[in-house]
Write a protein that binds this ligand. Structure first.
Ligand SMILES: [Zn+2]
Length: 401
């Protein structure tokens, strides 16, 4: 048994850590693994199949055991055995009769129980406040807590994160599956924030520190990567997609072949300080013409404030969209992305900017392969990072996303 429904806090923690180790090998790859590096143990195969069954029930409601066997390719005996275990653990419940038509007597429908555990999701990406929420396993918000930053950074900001997690933990009404955190800056796979200049953080072992205080599994990752996972798990995004997050800065998260891409120095998607075109205004990083100088929300707001007519207003946004298109076209081409999702201020992004971005991508890529690339705003709004943080915990602890 992996996750006892009424298990003690310690029990849940220990068990989750056990499952975590299994999925670390998947998490740590920066793409689809090309070479096997070690043999698969029988216990791992069982855990893999268990996660496969759970993923099937997470994705589709009302399936019977026979449906699951058909969908997964596992034998009915194996499915029945794994489902029995999942029911004991409280993650799956029997919910009346399956509505699927078929010969023989109606079978029992199975449901993933989204209320079996709760997850805390934290978003540190806003420059003025930290957001947090207690969520069900499908990312629905139960309780919210926002903490204003008031210019605080360094150790004071770290203390605020601990307070935020603690205040949400005290409101939990079910055992906690874990805590997920989306942080600005560069975050390694151990959840150490290597650098987050806006918060004045260098080498902050946030994941380990929160885990020690909260006593539950914790996962910390870059905010844009986390947002990409939210789109992948809860936003119906494609398996080859980029999430472009635009706010005070500009960042991106990538999912390629259904796998989150972190990169050799954990900075995949850090395109904000890539220079686009010649010239351009000076950037905080010392270069000129970085994508951030052409696209970050404060820069766009300042440029729009100087316009006097709707035509000038739209021209500013179209120009910004053109620069994004120029920056993204080679990435769409190189990775054959099928979807680009934008997250940020709707009044800036959704309109002339997106239209111009699409026009530019069309003009700069091959219609045959890239013509169908979809560009859209996220439907997850301001909760995107918190929900992605929940998706990370789900993936790490249960192997579903
Ligand atoms: Zn720069």
């Amino acid at each position: 048994m992996f996750l006892p429904r009424n298990g003690s806090f310690e029990g849940v923690t220990r068990i989750c850590s056990y499952v975590l180790l299994t999925f670390m090998s998947i998490d740590q790859s920066s793409g689809r693994a090309l070479r096997p590096t070690r043999k698969v143990m029988p216990e791992e195969a069982r855990r893999h199949n268990r996660a496969l069954v759970l993923q099937t029930l997470f994705t589709t409601t009302g399936l019977s055991r026979a449906d699951v066997a058909r969908e997964t390719g596992l034998t009915r005996v194996t499915v029945s055995d794994l489902v029995a275990e999942l029911i004991l653990d409280g993650l799956v419940v029997e919910a009346g009769l399956s509505k699927r038509a078929g010969p023989g007597k109606p079978a029992t429908a199975l449901e993933f129980d989204v209320d079996a555990f709760q997850i805390i999701g934290v978003d540190l990406s806003d420059h003025s406040l930290f957001r947090g929420a207690l969520m069900t396993l499908d990312g629905s918000v139960v309780t919210r807590v926002d903490v204003p930053l008031r210019g605080r950074g360094g150790d004071e900001a770290i203390a605020l994160v601990y307070e935020l997690v603690e205040s949400l933990r005290s409101t939990a009404t079910k055992p906690l599956l874990g805590v997920g955190v989306g942080s600005p800056g560069i975050v390694d796979l151990a959840g150490i924030v290597l650098t987050a200049p806006n918060l004045g953080w260098t080498d902050v072992p946030l994941e380990a520190e929160i885990a020690e205080r909260a006593g539950v599994p914790v996962v910390v990752a870059n905010d844009a990567n986390v947002a990409a996972l939210a789109e992948h798990s809860f936003g119906g995004a494609a398996s080859d997609m980029m999430l472009l997050k635009i706010g005070h800065g500009v960042g991106a998260g990538l999912v390629v072949a259904g796998t989150a891409v972190f990169g050799g120095a954990f900075a995949a998607g850090e395109i904000g300080h890539v220079v686009v075109g010649d010239g351009g205004s000076e950037c905080v990083c010392g270069k000129s013409g970085c994508l951030e100088t052409r696209l970050a929300a404060p820069r766009l707001d300042a440029a729009l404030a100087k316009t006097t007519t709707p035509a000038e207003h739209d021209a500013v946004l179209r120009e910004a969209g053109r620069w994004v298109g120029i920056a993204l076209a080679p990435i769409v081409g190189a990775l054959n992305l099928t979807e680009i999702v934008l997250s940020g201020p709707v009044q800036l992004l959704d309109g002339p900017l997106v239209e111009s971005l699409i026009d530019t991508l069309r003009a700069r890529t091959m219609a045959q392969f890239h013509g169908s690339v979809k560009v859209r705003m996220t439907a997850l709004g301001e909760d995107i990072v918190m929900r992605g943080a929940a998706a990370m915990v789900l993936s790490r602890e249960l192997g579903v996303s």
